[in-house]
Design a protein around this ligand. Structure first.
Ligand code: UD1
Length: 422
């Protein structure tokens, strides 16, 4: 397996193109199961998670073809040949659980493995199941699988109220409701750009959806959905990640395809540390003179709040700040695994439950580090941009799940970063 070696190397300058959003693309792929006509996705990121879900969709009978060097994906689920998503597939990728809504609503039944635990917490699916039950599904749990059966004649529109925001749960409910009989109203729905983009794609396929991007989404069921072509939205987490690079190393980096509205709360916090952000009609430009950042307190929240997926990267920046910052993780209970690794590089971080207190230091030193999830891994690379000497990040497969050609993108703006065999 490969490792990534980063050597602290001064300011970064240049442009980085932002890829299509991984988390969005995964949910868009599940939408292909709703129609017997082809769905074509453009601006698809070339990532291992995308291939993993592609393999699951193939196992259900959906044809999946990557075109144009992997940037375009043609999906065609003429016939669903299997209604069962196996454990071996689902355990690798939690988003796989979102095939449940589409298969159930189209086929009248579906069996999907429970995803199991993951490195950042329990990540339950009870609210996904609550939503499908509200739509009339009968659920049984057997040997680690959820078996869902729709009433004779299909799912029935209903009012679904989530007690707190769940992105995956909202999206499973939306896809299931598109082909249900009657109207579904989802209250306390996720407002994430990913969910909005999914609704946009479903609408292009003929779904009747109102209120995407607000807390109340209304879906009027239709008899069938048709084919469509849809461009995957820019990846706000990749955008935020690369915005932190010049905040740490100094310099001026233009993030092509970046939009401030995708990361508004994050931009506010980054600006509070002293970093400059300029929005153009095609990009965000981030400038920093390399002086020590100001400390800032951060609390993760559902969109439009500060994203949990940028908490680790923000911590990497705040490790170098001139003062004390507190990070409060409210979405996942076990999402500070990067802290012990940053500490090995000389950071001063104290984790107590969902809070991490970061006392900024003037300098950190490169070390051999590894992390157990995607965003934690990338935070170590970001810290390595300024740490003295070499930072060697192992378990690169985590990075390949979510960052397309990270060493090329950071290398192009002057970072000293290499992928090497371990
Ligand atoms: C979450 C993030 C999303 C991020 C994605 C990938 C939020 C609100 N969600 O989405 O922004 O892109 O991870 O890292 O920031 N929960 C339950 N029961 C359920 C479903 C969820 O208790 O049935 C809990 C989860 O354990 C978690 C919270 O609700 O504490 C939010 O989870 P959810 O939004 O569903 O997670 P993802 O869809 O994976």
């Amino acid at each position: 397996m490969d490792k990534i070696v980063v050597t602290g190397n001064g300011p970064l300058n240049g442009q980085i193109p932002i890829s299509g959003a991984k988390n969005t693309c995964l949910k868009l792929m599940t939408a292909a199961l709703l129609s017997d006509e082809p769905l074509t996705l453009t601006n698809v990121p070339r990532l291992s998670d995308i291939k993993t879900l592609g393999a699951l969709l193939e196992s259900l009978g959906c044809e999946v073809a990557l075109l144009n060097g992997g940037n375009v994906m043609a999906l065609s689920a003429g016939t669903i040949t299997s209604r069962k998503a196996e454990y071996d597939m689902v355990r690798k990728l939690r988003a796989s659980f979102n095939v449940l809504g589409p298969i159930l609503t189209r086929e009248g039944e579906a069996t999907v493995s429970l995803p199991g635990g993951c490195a950042i917490g329990a990540r339950k699916v009870d609210l996904h199941l609550m939503a499908l039950e509200k739509l009339g599904a009968t659920l049984t749990l057997e040997e680690g699988y959820v078996h869902a059966k729709a009433p004779e004649g299909g799912l029935i529109g209903a009012v679904i109220e989530f007690p707190f925001v769940t992105v995956g749960g909202t999206e499973n409910a939306i896809t299931a409701a598109t082909l249900a009989n009657g109207t579904t109203v989802i209250k306390n729905a996720a407002r994430e750009p990913d969910t909005v983009d999914l609704c946009k794609c479903l609408s292009a396929m003929g779904a009747k959806i109102d209120g995407a991007g607000t807390s109340t989404i209304t879906i009027e069921g239709v008899d069938r959905l048709h084919g469509a072509t849809h461009e995957v939205i820019a990846d706000r987490i990749e955008l935020g990640t690369f915005m932190i690079a010049p905040a740490i190393a100094g310099g001026e980096v233009e993030l092509l395809g970046g939009r401030r509205d995708l990361v508004e709360a994050f931009c506010g916090k980054l600006e509070a540390t002293g970093v400059q952000i300029e929005e153009t009609d095609k990009s965000l430009i981030v400038r920093h003179d390399g002086s020590r950042l100001k400390p800032v307190d951060v609390e993760t929240e559902p969109f439009p709040g500060f994203p949990t997926d940028l908490q680790a990267q923000m911590m990497a920046a705040l490790c170098f700040a001139d003062g004390v910052s507190v990070l409060h993780e409210t979405i996942f209970e076990n999402r500070f695994m990067h802290a012990p690794e940053l500490i090995r590089m000389g950071a001063q971080v104290d984790v107590q439950g969902g809070h991490a207190t970061v006392t900024g230091v003037e300098a950190m030193k490169g070390a051999q580090v590894m992390a157990t999830d995607l965003r934690a891994s990338v935070s170590l690379i970001l810290a390595g941009l300024k740490a003295e000497g070499e930072t060697v990040v192992g378990r690169v497969y985590h990075l390949d799940r979510g960052y397309e050609r990270i060493e090329e993108k950071l290398g192009a703006v002057g970072a000293k970063i290499e992928r090497m065999p371990e």
